[in-house]
Ligand binder design. Structure first.
Ligand SMILES: C[S@@+](CC[C@H](N)C(=O)[O-])C[C@H]1O[C@@H](n2cnc3c(N)ncnc32)[C@H](O)[C@@H]1O
Length: 281
């Protein structure tokens, strides 16, 4: 049984195809460790008919489900058009052409009308940054056009292909920008070095899903961020805006800030709640 082949199978779904194979492989290995009976059945199966076994189908379904919750669910049907839109932006870097790309990711769709106001509010408290770090960034770096300043930018998220796309954007726009694929659940130690000369770190709508993967991971991630400010946001409605998310769901985070950080400001937009956090050192 080849884990690499299984990972390739898992990533055949349109909304998952840009994820790193290695990331899928790690999830498969964990699943098989936690389900030794399934592992044994698959190991004993004939390689040629493996994919027909009910245990194999169960494994593929479970891993796809995990990856969908943390990545695939944010990918719109138009996500693959972003390359074409970037070509258009190269010819004409207008606001409309930026918006077309931002509308390819569900998280940026939800704040498309609020971007200007959000950055204005944040920078009125923190000052305009010279360098920004955007973690679990999705397509948010494309909102650079709304910032009304020209910071250096370091963007990171799970997928190398997605980071290559953002690097192309930075190069086209001549933004001093870098990208790196990082899994915040395990690569958080790297943040110390990456964030050392950064003014503001964005952690937009990321912590709630990271916490579902590993409880208390926020307590590991935040102390490794060395910027003076960290802006953390949470959605206040479910994807698509159908259901309100109660503010009590953020109690754990407010407790954590009280204990280890100082909250400089908080504000709310249509469907997102922002914390402007100052890191005391
Ligand atoms: C709700 S989206 C937010 C995207 C972006 N921050 C925004 O608000 O526009 C959550 C993001 O977290 C990323 N993500 C999920 N698990 C991650 C992990 N372990 N490490 C890094 N990023 C992760 C997803 O790929 C996705 O882009």
């Amino acid at each position: 049984m080849e884990i690499k082949k299984i990972a390739k199978d898992v990533l055949k779904k349109k909304e998952l195809k840009n994820l790193n194979e290695k990331f899928a492989e790690e999830k498969i290995i964990i699943f098989l460790k936690e389900n030794p009976k399934i592992k044994k059945k698959l190991e004993d199966a004939d390689e040629k008919t493996l994919h027909k076994k009910k245990e194999y189908k169960e494994l593929i379904k479970e891993i796809r489900n995990q990856l969908r919750i943390l990545y695939g669910v944010f990918i719109t049907n138009d996500y693959s058009k972003r390359e074409k839109y970037l070509e258009e932006l190269k010819e004409d870097p207008s606001l409309d052409n930026h918006k077309k790309i931002l509308l390819c990711h569900r998280s940026s769709i939800e704040r498309i009308d609020d971007y200007e106001e959000i950055y204005k509010k944040i920078f009125s408290i923190t000052g305009k940054p010279k360098k920004v770090l955007d973690l679990a960034c999705g397509l948010n770096p494309i909102s650079y056009i709304f910032m009304n300043c020209k910071p250096e930018y370091f963007a990171s998220d799970l997928s190398k292909k997605d980071m290559d796309f953002l690097q192309k954007y930075f190069d086209i726009m001549k933004i001093k920008g870098k990208t790196k694929d990082l899994d915040l659940v395990k690569d958080y130690e790297e943040l110390k070095e990456i964030s050392k000369d950064v003014n503001i770190t964005f952690l937009f709508k990321a912590l709630d899903s990271l916490e579902t993967i590993k409880k208390n991971i926020t307590k590991e991630i935040m102390p490794n961020i060395k910027s003076k400010h960290i802006i953390v946001s949470f959605p206040t409605a479910s994807i698509g805006g159908r259901k309100k998310i109660k503010k009590e769901k953020r109690n754990w985070f407010e407790k954590l800030i009280k204990k280890s950080f100082s909250l400089e400001h908080s504000f709310e937009t249509k469907n997102e709640f922002f914390y402007v956090i100052k890191v005391d050192r």
